[in-house]
Design a protein around this ligand. Structure first.
Ligand code: NAD
Length: 479
């Protein structure tokens, strides 16, 4: 399935579909299949990877400035298609249309931001008789595997730096949200040289085949910890490089004396982003025992007033979960906590309506070792947990194997004094989940290996190559 050939087969019949044939795609707001995505057979995958391997030497030898121009052409191509791509994204993922538009615009602009990065060679040693230079060279074919929550943006965060560095790229989107990526493949196929970029449709089996294929030298993956672990195992046999951007279970610690009403609004918004389907959403709130009730009630009021619905309805603030399985997982974790004694202040039940909806939910009185505290639930649920000492709260949150982000809320000096304590990739003070194209983002411990964004992310798509030159006698005499 090359970028040029992969038109989404909207409405195509499923009759006769093999496991590699057209795959049904649901609209999660309706719980109904609305399209079929073309699947990629193992033979087609081999052919796509052969094309990518053949295109690699020419693309890697293309002058950096020319590759940069191609990225800017990608930026323009996507900018011209924001509206149709955003609508497709809302229909397959569920997010409100205005958020889908913002995702596609940001993704298009990511090409432009990335195009302005540089990969300059460096002279490390310049001594009589010896010269040592360092350059960064591409790996070869990159397999990019993307998740379902921000399928367009998170794919482009890989594609743009990988291409700029001189790699060729084969993208496999999530089978829950393949259509916007396939459309992107069509659009980018118009402006990129043949073989440099392709999109293949499929699920776990195709993803696994992609990660073990000998043509692939780097696997760049964003998704869950379990899948990341599987990919690390699959890539190990051939010692392929890996970049893993994995799940998070980010705590927010509200320091004693914080303005609870103001913080409640921020924490609610940052825990419910994309209906909680955001790796760096606030997934647990820790607050001093004396302020727990007020904060939890303020967040529950906001949850009760939130407008949940079909993302195509302009009034909608929060869409459905991406799939029934994901909704059932979230509901199951809340039910389990309630059975063990937790209290639900808002939401907490599957609504009686079609689609994979779950309401914004605020939970208190979690029993110890609740899965709702220890695991990433990836939905619109936030437990509010009381503490007696902020250091104890940070350490309790850190007992989880995740290490993506953490935020501290309240007096800035007190927050700065504690900022060294959390063991994670990003510590935010009085904000949470703010990501920027010019700041590295990655997880510690089980939340990932490597980083994305900015020059640090670009470097992941390169390997160091040293040129060590013993200068000839004549050169030595001249120098
Ligand atoms: P997922 O792990 O279920 O799937 C992600 C992708 O991996 C899909 O394309 C899937 O088909 C593919 N896949 C599954 N098994 C595979 C295998 N064995 N080999 C190769 N590919 C395979 O994740 P999801 O549910 O789509 O996304 C949600 C998860 O992603 C959450 O855990 C979230 O925190 C995480 N995430 C992390 C970041 C980050 O930057 N750290 C960003 C967004 C999402």
């Amino acid at each position: 399935m090359t970028a040029r050939a992969a038109a989404p087969a909207l409405g195509a019949p499923s009759a006769g579909a093999t496991r590699y044939g057209p795959a049904p795609v649901e609209n999660p707001a309706l719980g109904e299949v609305f399209a079929h995505a073309p699947g990629c057979t193992p033979e087609q995958l081999d052919a796509v990877l052969d094309d990518a391997a053949r295109a690699f030497p020419g693309w890697a030898a293309t002058p950096f400035d020319a590759r940069r121009e191609h990225l800017l052409a990608c930026h323009r191509a996507l900018r011209a298609a924001v509206e149709p791509m955003a609508e497709l994204l809302t229909r397959e993922q569920g997010k409100p249309l205005k958020h889908a538009r913002a995702e596609v615009r940001l993704a298009a602009d990511w090409f432009a931001h990335t195009a302005h990065l540089v990969l300059a060679p460096r002279r490390l040693v310049d001594e009589p008789g010896v010269e040592v230079c360092l350059e960064r060279v591409p790996h070869g074919v990159v397999a990019a595997i993307a998740p379902s929550n921000y399928p367009v943006l998170l794919a482009i965060c890989k594609i743009a730096p990988a291409l700029l560095a001189g790699n060729t790229v084969v993208l496999k989107p999530s089978p829950d949200t393949p259509l916007s990526s396939l459309m992107m493949g069509e659009l980018l196929g118009e402006v990129l040289p043949a073989g440099t970029f392709a999109v293949v449709g499929g699920g776990t089996e195709l993803g696994a085949r992609l990660t073990v294929h000998p043509a692939v030298r780097l696997v760049s993956f964003t998704g869950s910890v379990d899948t990341g672990r599987a990919i690390a195992r699959q890539a190990a046999a051939d010692l392929k490089r890996i970049v893993l951007e994995l799940g998070g279970n980010d705590p927010a610690v509200v320091l004693p004396g914080a303005d609870v009403d103001a913080v409640a609004r921020e924490l609610f918004a940052r825990s419910m982003t994309n209906s909680g389907q955001f790796c760096a959403a606030v997934k647990r709130v820790y607050v001093h025992r004396t302020q727990r009730r007020r904060l939890a009630e303020a967040m529950a009021d906001l949850a009760g007033a939130a407008v949940v619905g079909d993302g195509l309805d302009p009034a909608t603030e929060y869409g459905p979960l991406v799939s029934r399985a994901q909704r059932d997982r979230v509901a199951g974790m809340v039910d389990e906590a309630v059975r063990a004694g937790a209290r639900v202040l808002a939401g907490g039940h599957v609504p009686d309506r079609p689609g994979h909806f779950y309401p914004p939910t605020v939970v208190t009185d979690l029993p110890s070792r609740s899965r709702l505290e220890e695991e990433e639930q990836f939905g619109p649920v936030v437990p509010v947990i009381a503490y007696d000492d902020p250091r104890e709260a940070i350490d309790r949150a850190d007992a989880s194997p995740y290490g993506l982000g953490c935020s501290l809320w309240g007096d800035e000096d007190r927050a700065r004094a504690l900022a060294g304590r959390p063991r994670c990739g990003t510590v935010w003070l009085n904000t949470h989940g703010d990501l920027r194209h010019d700041v590295p983002f990655g997880g510690h411990r089980h939340s990932g290996i490597g980083v994305e964004y900015g020059p640090w992310g670009l470097h992941e798509y390169t390997q160091l190559k040293v040129h060590h030159i013993a200068l000839r006698q004549a050169d030595r005499e001249m120098s």
